[in-house]
Ligand binder design. Structure first.
Ligand SMILES: *[C@@H]1O[C@H](CO)[C@@H](O)[C@H](O)[C@H]1NC(C)=O
Ligand SMILES: *[C@@H]1O[C@H](CO)[C@@H](O)[C@H](O)[C@H]1NC(C)=O
Ligand SMILES: *[C@@H]1O[C@H](CO)[C@@H](O)[C@H](O)[C@H]1NC(C)=O
Ligand SMILES: *[C@@H]1O[C@H](CO)[C@@H](O)[C@H](O)[C@H]1NC(C)=O
Length: 381
């Protein structure tokens, strides 16, 4: 019997990002158009009984996932993709979220496009197309963590990320995930917990797409991000740079050195640029002044410095390119296409596949802006 394989992917996708991005280089032609006819739409599976065990979205609605079955030699392998979508960190922001698709399955699309790493087409997703591929919908507001609730007397907000995670994994186990009992399912938010609950013959590897949030001060010297994360339920040690050295499961980091979410919300938040000097640069890198570019290079260097020891270990993989983007594994154009981003002529799909299957050691770091001409710069509106 061949070994069973599993890969879990954490995406840190900005709310609404997959809908409201534009590609600076190809404004006339929306990137997805070319693939529109071949789009794979996958139905939502709701977990209708989960409210009885308290596994609910922020607003109390049942959680959900989308599953597309694998086939042939891939049919015993599983790819779990955790949807991203920012966080809420207080009553007001979580209440607002509970009335959107980020906090309630009531408002979510019932059909999801499976593209990029979720595609079932070998020409678009050469290594994982025939695996069982699952997209776990994100509706708890705190990255599948937390187990509590809050009420102000009239309104209840549910913070049940851990229970959602557990309910979904249990449901998938009953549908053949690993075809074996995983034993007591405790809390396994982290990659290592996932590999611990699965038997030894399962090869578990994990990947983060755009999740490498740096612990940096913003350009005005204010610490914008860490107070925000400190308010999140149950998310101690959130910053990946402090967690990475302790992860034992093979890990792949996919990130842009100029991650546009981080630039817009952490490094150059509106509070640090009241006069709006950075607005043109934020919406088009070609409009950045030389001084702004050199500040951005400083951010890139901080990221690379934080990755120094990660880069040295052999089981790990990385692809840090210099594109203005956020999340690159799910969009076909950035994952694997003729004009997709490359480092040393290697696409993201090839880099991830080489690492996952141990074909090559994959530690790709792109040269600093503006030298990378393969970028699909994806800037949010
Ligand atoms: C999704 O599910 C609905 C309801 O079960 C069904 O009517 C529809 O045909 C399905 N769509 C696809 C694309 O499978
Ligand atoms: C709870 O919050 C909601 C929304 O802000 C508000 O309408 C309601 O009056 C609050 N309830 C109490 C008891 O404060
Ligand atoms: C500093 O960051 C906080 C967010 O953590 C923000 O509320 C505040 O306005 C910022 N202060 C300055 C002076 O930029
Ligand atoms: C880059 O890779 C593509 C396909 O993977 C190949 O066709 C092309 O010749 C390569 N270019 C160079 C310069 O190696």
């Amino acid at each position: 019997m061949g070994r069973l394989r599993l890969m879990a992917i954490w995406t840190a996708m900005l709310a609404g990002f997959s809908v409201y991005f534009r590609s600076v280089e190809s404004l006339q032609q929306p990137p997805d158009e070319e693939y529109a006819e071949r789009r794979l739409l996958v139905n939502m599976t709701l977990l209708p009984h989960s409210p009885s065990i308290g596994a609910v979205c922020l607003d109390g609605s049942p959680p959900a996932y989308h599953l597309h079955r694998g086939s042939g030699p891939g049919s015993s392998n599983w790819l779990l993709q955790f949807e991203g979508g920012g966080w809420c960190n207080d009553f007001v922001s979580c209440l607002e979220r509970s009335r959107t698709r980020r906090g309630s399955t009531r408002y979510m699309n019932k059909l999801e496009v499976f593209s990029g790493i979720l595609s079932d087409d070998p020409n678009m997703n050469p290594d994982f197309y025939n695996w069982n591929r699952v997209k776990l919908r994100y509706c708890d507001g705190a990255s599948f963590a937390g187990d509590s609730h809050y009420t102000n007397g009239t309104i209840i907000l549910h913070f049940r990320g851990e229970r959602i995670w557990e309910a979904i994994i249990n449901d998938l186990l009953s549908k053949g995930l690993m075809r074996c009992s995983a034993g007591g399912l405790a809390t396994f938010l982290h990659c290592d917990d996932l590999s611990r609950i699965l038997p030894d013959f399962v090869i578990v590897k994990c990947m983060s797409d755009a999740g490498f949030f740096l612990d940096v001060e913003d350009i005005s010297g204010n610490d914008t991000i860490s107070p925000f994360f400190h308010n999140l339920v149950n998310l101690q040690c959130f910053f990946p740079q402090y967690n990475l050295p302790f992860i034992r499961t093979p890990f792949f980091l996919l990130n842009s050195a100029y991650d546009v979410y981080q630039l817009n919300h952490i490094f150059v938040p509106p509070s640090a640029d009241l006069s709006g000097h950075w607005d043109p640069c934020k919406s088009d890198p070609a409009a950045c002044t030389p001084n702004q570019i050199s500040i951005l290079q400083g951010f890139r260097l901080e990221m690379l410095t934080a990755l120094t020891s990660f880069e040295r270990s052999t089981a790990e993989g990385m692809f840090i390119n210099s594109c203005f983007a956020h999340c690159q594994s799910e969009l076909q154009d950035t994952w694997f296409a003729e004009n997709s981003p490359r480092i040393h002529n290697k696409s993201i799909a090839e880099a991830v596949g080489d690492w996952y299957f141990g074909r090559k050691i994959t530690k790709e770091v792109g040269c600093p802006y503006p030298c990378d001409h393969t970028c699909q710069n994806l800037i949010p509106y």
